[in-house]
Write a protein that binds this ligand. Structure first.
Ligand SMILES: Nc1ncnc2c1ncn2[C@@H]1O[C@H](COP(=O)(O)OP(=O)(O)O)[C@@H](O)[C@H]1O
Ligand SMILES: [Mg+2]
Length: 272
């Protein structure tokens, strides 16, 4: 397929995801343009993480198409997606516990090196120049996120807020064109959340961002567009102001303890 300067970086069309009898996503459409921040909100169990997994290729949708720069793609491993310019953080931290902070971020920087970081960390042959380049990129990413001093620590020995920055550094070290963030503010203090907002705005100069988040303040602050999911369907799309004023959105959150303007989600709630 030939693509000329695609306007959309990533699109999802008619994406349906079923788990046995449960329809986690029902005919979902989404588009992400370069340099924009798209917010994905909705009550617990709405399908946000499932949509992330479909967008990042961890899950192959039951129906529908995800396209990257205009070219439809089928499912693939996260590692392969990194090569396509998509990086993500997880709802948990998913840092490798037995690897130093620097090692973790070197894995993320791997997209831009020729070999594989996994061969590097497992000690299999790799050119020294690649390793040096990876190390430099990872170190720069850690500095950028203000956690360079912790390079040689194990993640588990660091405060949660620092580990979150490491996870972000790992995702950004490969200079992705699209960054998927699953509840990056959960577990952060108000101050750390405000800082995160500034960072996301800064990152969006270099990459598009899709943000799943419960902190409405953060969503309102950083998102260009917001997509609202409820029971696996898109119930509203627009600017942050538009979706906040949409009665359908208020209704979706009614009767849940999951009011969007309150604190972080523990990720375990589910209404189904
Ligand atoms: N691997 C899975 N197997 C079965 N059901 C799942 C699986 N992943 C998610 N679900 C279900 O799909 C629905 C959407 O979940 P999820 O995408 O995690 O929602 P959210 O991230 O919006 O809270 C929930 O009902 C959840 O229980
Ligand atoms: Mg989730």
């Amino acid at each position: 397929m030939t693509t000329t300067a695609p306007e959309h970086l990533l699109t999802a069309d008619g994406v349906t995801m079923r788990f046995g009898g449960l329809t986690a996503l029902d005919d979902v459409g989404l588009r992400v343009d370069p340099g924009t921040v798209v917010g994905l909100i909705g009550p617990n169990g709405a399908g946000k993480t499932t949509l992330f997994n479909v967008l990042s290729g961890v899950l192959r949708p039951t129906r529908g198409v995800v396209s990257w720069k205009g070219a439809p793609r089928s499912g693939g491993r996260t590692h392969h997606l990194a090569r396509a310019g998509i990086a993500r953080t997880f709802q948990g931290l998913n840092l490798f516990p037995m690897m130093t902070v620097l090692g973790n971020v070197m894995v993320g920087a791997d997209r831009l090196a020729r070999g594989g970081a996994f061969s590097l960390v497992s000690g299999l042959g790799r050119h020294h120049r690649d390793e040096r380049e990876l190390r430099e990129r990872a170190t720069a990413a850690l500095e950028r996120f203000g956690v360079g001093e912790h390079a040689h620590r194990l993640p588990g020995t660091l405060p949660y807020g620092v580990q979150k920055q490491v996870a972000l550094a790992r995702a950004c070290a490969g200079e992705p064109e699209l960054l998927l963030l699953d509840e990056p503010a959960s577990g952060l203090s108000g101050h750390e959340t405000a800082e995160l907002g500034e960072r996301i705005r800064e990152l969006s100069k270099d990459m598009a961002v899709v943000l799943v988040e419960h902190h409405m303040d953060l969503v309102m602050d950083v998102c260009d567009r917001v997509v609202v999911l409820d029971f696996g369907r898109v119930i509203s799309t627009g600017t942050p102001e538009e979706v906040q004023a949409d009665p359908a959105v208020t209704r979706a959150y009614l009767g849940t303890s999951d009011v969007p303007s309150t604190g972080p989600d523990d990720g375990n709630g589910d209404r189904r």
